[in-house]
Design a protein around this ligand. Structure first.
Ligand code: HEC
Length: 356
């Protein structure tokens, strides 16, 4: 079914004639007429309707419902983040919520080119209930009912601080009607202005666009920063050497002790990634660091001894093997199959390295 757009009222009659879609002033939804399509020949000359772009307001300044927001550019999803009022309400009722952020494509493209959200940027934050049981899912979460829609619009001529925030009225199918801009006393303004990394937007949580903002230098100077990701760590070490990586990790350990980049498995993977990238000294630096942070891990010693052996550092590799075997004895949490694999790997290395 075709869509009818009221703002192309002049074209609407053409479209209606050509497609069998009946539009009247004030319609925002297509209505099937049930009539046969009468004039296929006209279809060829009907100008293609331009894509819906930019926020649209009623004469009273209310934001018109962006019906097709789900066709916009997807930028991120958050799970159980529960920061805005709707998510908070749901969380209080024991409901976990997914939020998904969409932005209009022209604004997205401009941001990718400049790192700045242009005037008329419009975001929609969609909130949906998380469900954990259905089909093959027993231990994950998927999205179901629409719980609410929030919007943000950048328009310096309309909004004193540059951005306006909205709660869009909605039902199960999407937005239902226009929304007045929320007063600047609403919690949205303060939280966004204080915590957003790029102007007032939470671009720090958009995995592809935060990199754009960092590259273009448009992250706010007073932004508190984010913990390094595994990729950040790898790239830092490749560009500046292991000591820079160690400084990055020391800083992360102080500021975000629970960060994923500090997990043993992640650090170990970065070590092997460095090895694959022909960065053997840096890989050794990383894997030594893992043994310092996790001295009771037989796996950490096994990895280090492996790379030391490859690097021709026999004595150091032997010492690491001894530490690994000691750690294996003391660690009751290692699963039997992994214990067997580690024991074999360490013992074989020892046999290879012991002189004579
Ligand atoms: C306590 C902090 C907080 C409050 C209050 C808050 N938000 Fe947000 N908002 C967030 C966070 C965090 C995100 C990022 C969500 C994500 O990345 O999944 C976000 C994202 C958004 C987005 C997507 C664009 C962006 O800025 O990243 C919109 C639109 C939005 N919020 C609207 C609102 C509206 C409307 C209100 C008030 C009714 C509101 N928010 C109140 C924290 C808040």
């Amino acid at each position: 079914m075709q869509r009818c757009f009221t703002r192309w009222a002049a074209a609407a009659a053409w479209v209606a004639l050509a497609t069998g879609c009946a539009c009247e002033a004030g319609d925002t939804e297509p209505r099937a007429t049930g009539e046969p399509v009468l004039a296929p020949a006209v279809t060829a000359v009907v100008p293609a309707a331009p894509a819906e772009e930019g926020p649209r307001f009623t004469a009273a300044g209310e934001l018109l419902p962006p019906k097709d927001y789900r066709t916009w550019m997807y930028v991120t999803s958050g799970f159980a983040m529960g920061y805005g009022p709707l998510a908070q309400q749901a969380a209080e009722g024991g409901v976990q919520v997914f939020d998904t952020v969409f932005v209009e494509r022209p604004a997205y493209e401009r941001f990718v080119a400049t790192g700045v959200w242009p005037e008329s940027t419009m975001f929609v934050l969609e909130l949906r209930t998380a469900e954990g049981h259905g089909s093959i899912v027993t231990n994950g979460k998927f999205q179901t009912d629409l719980l609410g829609l929030e919007a943000a619009v950048k328009d310096s001529t309309r909004f004193a601080g540059g951005w306006g925030y909205f709660e869009l009225p909605s039902d199960a199918t999407g937005p239902t009607g226009p929304a007045p801009v929320l007063p600047t006393t609403a919690a949205c303004y303060e939280c966004h202005a204080k915590n957003g990394a790029v102007e007032q937007t939470f671009t720090q949580f958009y995995p592809t666009l935060f990199a754009v903002a960092r590259a273009k230098g448009t992250v706010r100077a007073d932004f508190v920063g984010m913990p390094p990701t595994r990729t950040d760590l790898f790239e830092k070490v490749v560009a500046e050497g292991w000591p820079a990586g160690e400084r990055l990790l020391a800083d992360a350990a102080t500021r975000w002790p629970g960060a994923g980049a500090l997990r043993e498995a992640t650090l170990n993977q970065v070590g092997y990634q460095l090895l694959q990238a022909d960065e053997q000294p840096e890989a050794l630096g990383m894997l030594e660091y893992v043994t310092r942070r996790f001295p009771g891990s037989a796996n950490a010693w096994d990895s280090l001894s492996e790379v030391q052996e490859q690097a021709g550092q026999g004595a150091a590799a032997l010492a690491s093997v001894a530490e690994g075997l000691r750690a294996l004895d003391g660690d009751t949490t290692v699963q039997p199959r992994q214990r067997e694999a580690l024991s074999r790997s360490l013992s074989d290395r020892k046999a290879r390295l012991v002189p004579g």
